[in-house]
Design a protein around this ligand. Structure first.
Ligand code: H53
Length: 837
C-alpha cells in the first residue's frame, strides 16, 4: 500500500539524507561542532580528552540515525526479535570498534590530524566500561557484535552499574588492592538517557486476592530508567540496541513521612533505591548469595519484561502469541527470576489463566548454562525469596507443584527422583534452585562447548535430559573477529587481507582457509613473523614502562590472562616457572646457549573475597621479583604480573602471544574464549583437554597444540586416589619448588602456608600435583618446537586458517536457527525513509 507522505516528512527526509556526509572535511566540521555546542569548549583550545568526546559524539550521531531507521524497520516488518538478558556486558572501548564497523576509520584519522590529534591517542582517552567480570560478560559483548553484523533483530538488556569491575592495583609488597571503578566521571558519550522510558519495580510487600486475581501491593517501589547504547554491525547499516537499566527513586513521595515532618528520612529512603544498580558483584563463576544481588536480578528482569510486553502490545494481538515475536535468552541463571515474573505479568496484570500463561512462557525462554561448578549454581533461600518477592515465591511453588505432579505420575514411588528434580531443595534452610527453574521454564537449554554440554546432560540435569533429550543442545562459544583480530591486530589483519586479496574474512572467517595454500611460502612466513614482532615490540615497550625491565622480542612470549581461580590453575603455571628458574640456575654456559628465553606474563583479577586467589597473585609477584632480579638468569626468564587485566589490556597483549596457557582441571572450564582469541592472533596453546580446547584441537590438529593432563573421565578416580593415599607425586622439581615456597623464598608464610596446604594430596582438589609432570613434559615440547622457527610459524599460519568455527558469527547463526527461530533482516533504506513514527 502506498504510504502517505506529509510535507513535514519530506522536509525532514531531505535534511537527513544530507546530514552526515562521510568526507574528511565534513567529519572535521562535525567534530568541531560538538566541541563548541555539546561540550561547550572553545574550539580554539581543547585537549585530547575533549577531542575524544567530540569525536565520540559525532560517531554517535551517525549511529543514532541508523539505530532509529533499523528499529523502525524492524517494527514495520513486525519481525521476531531476540532479547539477550545478561547481568554483564563487557563491551570494551566503543570508538575504534564503531569506526571500523562503519568503515570510516581513515576519514576520522584525517579529520583529527587536521586538528592536530592522532586518532590512536584520542582512542586511548576512552575508559573501558567494565560492566562484567570475565568470560560470560565478554561473550555477551561478542554476541551483540555478531547479532548486528548478521542483521538479526535483537536487543541486549542489562544493568547500568555505576561502579563496574574494580580497578586492580598491586601493593609494594605484591598484594592485590581493589579500587572502586567509577567509570562515569567523564560522562559516557555512547549512551542515550531515556528519561521517558521507565518502569516501576516492586520489592517486599504483600499479596492480596481481589476476587479475580492476585495483587502484589505495598513494599518498596523503585523506578528503572533506560540507557540505550547503539550497537553497530560490521559492513551493514543495521544498528542494534543495548538497553541498560539504572535505578532511581520512584517518583511518588512518601507523603506519610512528609506529614510527620520527617523530611530527611523520606529523602534518605528514596536515595536507597539507587543502590540497586550501583555496583557490579566482582565474583566470576561463584555466587555471593546476597539479597542485593537478587534485587539486582529482579530489578533488571522486571523492567525488561515490562518493556518487551509493552512493545508487543503496541500491535493489537493476544499475548498468547508472544513467542511468535519474542525469544528471550537467559545468560546463565542470573535472569531466571524472569520466568516467574512473566507468569506474574500474564496472570496478575493481563488476566491470563495458568495454562495459557505457562504454555506461552515456556515457548519464550531459553537458557544457557555456563558452568558446572557447584559453587556457581545459584540457589536462593526460600525465606529470602518469600520476603523480597512474595508473589514470585507463590508462583515458583505452583510451577514446582505441577512439575512434580508429572514426575510422580510417571515414576510413582520414586522419592529420590522427585527430590533430584524439584525446584525446591529440601533442607535447612530450604532453597530455590534457579538452574532447575530455568530448565523447567525453558524450551531449550544449552551448554557452551561440546564437552560442557555433555556434562550439562550427564551431571547437572540427567533426569531432565532423560525426559526431554531434544531440549538440550550445544552451542560452542565464539568470539568476534572484528574486535579480536581486525581492531586488536591490524598488523596481522593486513597480512591476511593481502594474501586473501580481500578483507571479507572479517565477517566470513571461513575465507581464512585460503591462507593454508601459502603455508610453505617464505614470504608469508616472514610476514606473519614480522606482524608478531610488531605486536611483541609494543608489549615489550609497555613492560619497559611499567616494570623498567628490557625484554627481547626474540624471547618466547608466554601468556596466561584470565580471572584468577583455583580451577584455572595459575598456581601450576607459577610452580613451573619456579622449576624453570631453578633449572636455569643449574645450567652450564653451553646449556644456557641452547635454552629458549621466555617472557612469562600472567594477569587477572581475584574476586575481592577470594582469599586463596589473592594469595596466588602474591606468590606470582614474589617469584617475579626474585627471578627478574637474579643476574644469573639474565634474558632467559622474565616474569611479569600485568595489573588490571581488562578488555583493553587483552586487546593489547593477546596479539603478542607465542604461546598461551589454558590449563584448567579437565571438566571445569566450561569453554574458555580467550583460547580462541590467542590462536586467531597467531599463537599456539598449551592446554588440557577441557572446554573449547578440545574443539580447537579438532579443528587445527593435534600437531599444532601442546596437550597434556588427565582427561575429564579420569578426574574422579584421580581425586579419590589422591585423597585416600593411593597416589603421591614424585616429581623432584615440584618438590624443590614447594620446599622453596615453604622456606618463604618468594612470599611470607601468611601466603605460603595456605597455598602449600592446598597442594597436599588430601587437599589437592584441582589436581595440580597430579598433572604436574605431564605439564612439564608439554612445556619441554614447547621449548623444543620453538627452536625451529619455520615449523613454528607454519603451525601458527595453519591454526589461524582453521579457526573459522570459533567466530561468534557461527555461534549466533546456530542460536538463531536452532533456538530463536530468527530471520536476518537487513535494513532496506527506501521503505522507511518517509514513514512517520
Ligand atoms: O563463561 C564463559 C566460559 C567460561 C565460564 C564463564 C562463566 C563466567 O564468566 C561467569 C559465570 C559462569 O557461570 C561462567 O567460566 O568457561 O567460556 C562464557 O561461556
Amino acid at each position: 500500500a502506498a504510504v502517505e507522505v506529509s510535507e513535514k516528512d519530506k522536509i525532514i527526509h531531505n535534511i537527513m539524507t544530507q546530514y552526515l556526509p562521510r568526507d574528511v572535511d565534513s567529519i572535521l566540521k562535525q567534530i568541531v561542532n560538538h566541541v563548541e555546542y555539546t561540550l561547550a569548549r572553545t574550539k580554539y583550545n581543547f585537549d585530547e580528552q575533549h577531542a575524544y568526546q567530540a569525536t565520540a559524539y559525532s560517531v554517535r550521531d551517525r549511529l543514532i540515525e541508523s539505530w532509529n531507521d533499523t528499529q523502525q524497520y524492524f517494527t514495520e516488518k513486525d519481525v521476531k526479535r531476540v532479547y539477550y538478558l545478561s547481568m554483564e556486558f563487557l563491551m570494551g572501548r566503543y570508538l575504534n570498534n564503531a569506526l571500523l564497523n562503519l568503515g570510516i576509520e581513515s576519514q576520522y584519522q584525517g579529520a583529527l590530524k587536521k586538528l592536530g590529534f592522532d586518532l590512536d591517542e584520542v582512542e586511548h582517552q576512552e575508559r573501558d566500561p567494565g560492566l562484567g567480570n570475565g568470560g560470560l560478560g565478554r561473550l555477551a559483548a561478542c554476541f551483540m557484535d555478531s547479532l548486528a553484523t548478521i542483521n538479526y533483530p535483537a536487543w541486549g538488556y542489562g544493568i547500568r552499574y555505576k561502579y563496574g569491575m574494580f580497578e586492580q592495583r598491586i601493593s609494594k609488597e605484591g598484594y592485590q588492592i581493589e579500587i572502586p571503578d567509577y567509570w562515569l566521571t567523564a560522562g559516557n558519550p555512547w549512551e542515550i538517557e531515556r528519561l521517558d522510558v521507565k518502569y516501576p519495580v516492586r520489592f517486599y510487600g504483600e499479596i492480596k486476592h481481589n476476587g479475580k486475581h492476585y495483587e502484589w501491593q505495598g513494599g518498596e517501589v523503585v523506578t528503572a530508567i533506560a540507557y540505550d547504547s547503539p550497537i553497530p554491525g560490521y559492513d551493514t547499516y543495521n544498528t542494534l540496541n543495548l538497553r541498560l537499566w539504572s535505578a532511581t527513586p520512584a517518583s511518588e513521595f512518601d507523603l506519610d513521612s512528609f506529614s510527620r515532618g520527617d523530611y530527611y528520612s523520606a529523602v534518605a529512603s528514596k536515595e536507597a533505591a539507587e543502590k540497586i544498580s550501583s555496583v557490579l558483584y566482582p565474583n566470576d563463576a561463584t555466587e555471593a548469595g546476597k539479597e542485593l544481588r537478587l534485587k539486582q536480578q529482579h530489578f533488571f528482569v522486571s523492567a525488561t519484561l515490562q518493556d518487551v510486553v509493552r512493545r508487543f502490545k503496541k500491535k493489537d494481538r493476544p499475548l498468547t502469541e508472544l513467542h511468535t515475536k519474542v525469544a528471550i535468552q537467559l545468560n546463565d541463571t542470573h535472569p531466571t527470576i524472569g520466568i516467574a515474573e512473566l507468569m506474574r505479568i500474564f496472570m496478575d496484570h493481563e488476566s491470563m489463566g495458568w495454562s495459557a500463561a505457562w504454555a506461552t512462557t515456556t515457548k519464550v525462554f531459553s537458557y544457557t548454562n555456563h558452568t558446572v561448578l557447584p559453587e556457581a549454581l545459584e540457589r536462593w533461600s526460600v525465606d529470602l525469596v518469600e520476603k523480597l518477592l512474595p508473589r514470585h515465591m507463590q508462583i515458583i511453588y505452583e510451577i514446582n507443584r505441577r512439575h512434580l505432579e508429572e514426575v510422580v505420575k510417571k515414576y510413582p514411588g520414586d522419592g529420590d527422583k522427585l527430590m533430584r528434580m524439584s525446584i525446591i531443595e529440601e533442607g535447612f534452610p530450604k532453597m530455590v534452585r534457579m538452574a532447575v527453574l530455568a530448565v523447567v521454564g525453558s524450551h531449550h537449554v544449552n551448554g557452551v562447548a561440546a564437552i560442557h554440554s555433555g556434562l550439562v546432560k550427564s551431571r547437572l540435569f540427567p533426569d531432565f535430559y532423560k525426559e526431554q533429550p531434544d531440549k538440550f543442545l550445544n552451542m560452542t562459544n565464539g568470539v568476534t573477529p572484528r574486535r579480536w583480530m581486525q581492531s586488536a591486530n591490524p598488523a596481522l589483519s593486513e597480512v591476511i587481507s593481502r594474501w586473501l586479496e580481500t578483507d571479507e574474512w572479517v565477517s566470513n572467517y571461513e575465507l581464512c582457509r585460503g591462507l593454508e595454500q601459502f603455508v610453505d611460502s617464505a614470504d608469508m612466513q616472514r610476514e606473519f613473523r614480522e606482524a608478531k614482532r610488531t605486536n611483541k615490540k609494543r608489549v615489550a615497550e609497555r613492560i619497559k614502562k611499567e616494570f623498567g625491565v628490557e625484554v627481547s622480542t626474540d624471547a618466547m612470549f608466554d601468556i596466561q590472562v584470565k580471572r584468577i581461580h583455583e580451577y584455572k590453575r595459575q598456581l601450576m603455571n607459577v610452580l613451573s616457572i619456579i622449576c624453570r628458574y631453578n633449572a636455569i640456575k643449574r645450567m652450564t654456559p653451553a646449556e644456557k646457549e641452547e635454552c629458549v628465553p621466555r617472557v612469562c606474563i600472567i594477569g587477572g583479577k581475584a574476586a575481592a573475597g577470594y582469599v586463596i586467589a589473592k594469595h596466588i597473585i602474591r606468590l606470582i609477584n614474589g617469584v617475579s621479583k626474585v627471578v627478574n632480579n637474579d643476574k644469573d638468569v639474565g634474558d632467559l626468564l622474565k616474569v611479569f604480573f600485568m595489573t588490571n587485566y581488562n578488555v583493553t589490556l587483552a586487546e593489547d597483549i593477546i596479539p603478542a602471544n607465542d604461546i598461551s596457557q589454558h590449563i584448567s582441571t579437565a571438566g571445569m572450564e566450561a569453554s574458555g574464549t580467550s583460547n580462541m582469541k590467542f590462536v586467531m592472533n597467531g599463537g599456539l596453546i598449551i592446554g588440557t583437554m577441557d572446554g573449547a580446547n578440545i574443539e580447537i584441537r579438532e579443528e587445527i590438529g593435534n600437531d599444532n597444540m601442546f596437550i597434556f593432563g588427565l582427561l575429564e573421565e579420569e578426574i574422579d578416580r584421580a581425586r579419590n586416589e589422591l585423597k585416600y593415599g593411593g597416589y603421591q607425586h614424585t616429581d623432584s622439581r615440584l618438590q624443590e619448588a614447594m620446599k622453596q615456597i615453604e622456606a618463604n623464598k618468594y612470599c611470607g608464610k601468611d601466603v605460603s602456608e595456605p597455598l602449600l596446604k592446598n597442594l597436599q594430596p588430601y587437599n589437592d582438589y584441582y589436581l595440580v600435583t597430579r598433572d604436574f609432570s605431564s605439564y612439564m613434559d608439554a612445556q619441554a615440547r614447547v621449548d623444543e618446537e620453538y627452536k625451529n622457527q619455520t615449523s613454528w610459524v607454519k603451525k601458527t599460519i595453519t591454526s589461524v586458517a582453521r579457526m573459522g568455527k570459533f567466530s561468534s558469527d557461527r555461534t549466533i547463526r546456530e542460536y538463531g536457527e536452532q533456538i530463536w527461530n530468527l530471520e536476518a533482516t537487513p535494513f532496506v533504506p527506501s521503505s522507511v525513509a518517509y514513514k512517520t513514527v
